[in-house]
Design a protein around this ligand. Sequence first.
Ligand code: SF4
Length: 298
Amino acid sequence: MYPAFPIHYIEPVFRPPSEARSLILPVTNGCSWNACTFCEMYTAPQKKFQVRPQADIEADLMRTAQSGLPVRRVFLADGDAMALSVRRLSAVLEAVHRYLPQVERISAYCLPRNVAHKSVADLRALAEAGLRMVYVGCESGDDEVLRLVNKGETHASSAASLLKLGEAGITRSVMLLNGLGGTRLSRRHALESARLMNASQPEYLSTLVVSFPLGSARFQAAYPDFELPDTVGLLQEMALLMEHLQLENTVFRSDHASNYLVLKGRLGRDKAALLAQIRAAIRAPAAAGLRPEWMRGL
Ligand code: SF4
């Protein structure tokens, strides 16, 4: 019989696909903002935002150490661990290394506002304490799109935070949402998102397709004339984004289950090849091996 898993989670728990092999360590429950109209991740009553006491986090770490699990990477959950103060985050990072000295990488989701009041020196101290990577859901670089989806961020606030994180030496993995501007704002969504990425030069960039597994009523109440582009419209938006991306050394992925077309490459090196792949799919969607609707894991 297997021993009980050392951490008791309040479900549902989310993590980026690339953290599949990491220990998911909850330091908060839910997301402190929890107001983006496209996001249902933490809307269940049990996911109300709360910071966990340090003693509970350490108890989880102690049980993990005793279990002998081979932990090399730790992902600080839930949606908003970086909402903690530098003092609290430093204590968590220190505890991870104290209980699990073999850990090589600690990462977390990060809202741009989480670092607005943290200095580059603060962030550098967190990096030195083991925080290697953050996942920043920018979703769009366009102020009107961000306003309509109630992201609570702007192009400027997103750019400032990404630059600050970069300067501190924390690897940035940015997510953009294909289709988020609807048909009406598709063009400016793509262009402004490209401008945001060009200014911030993240180390990783991924795109997901906006989707509403629990229905779109909440989203459409805030953006009533929203119309999701069809598959070709989504690909045209991707082509426009790609055309305008001027990235020097960014790993690019659109391999999340929500995407119709799987793209992987390094930008700028693979820009022409990725663009050719998108344009071919626009010209002949049936021949492009698009992910069928039933395989999109939403
Ligand atoms: S900030 Fe992130 S986790 Fe929080 S509501 Fe928005 S998308 Fe969801």
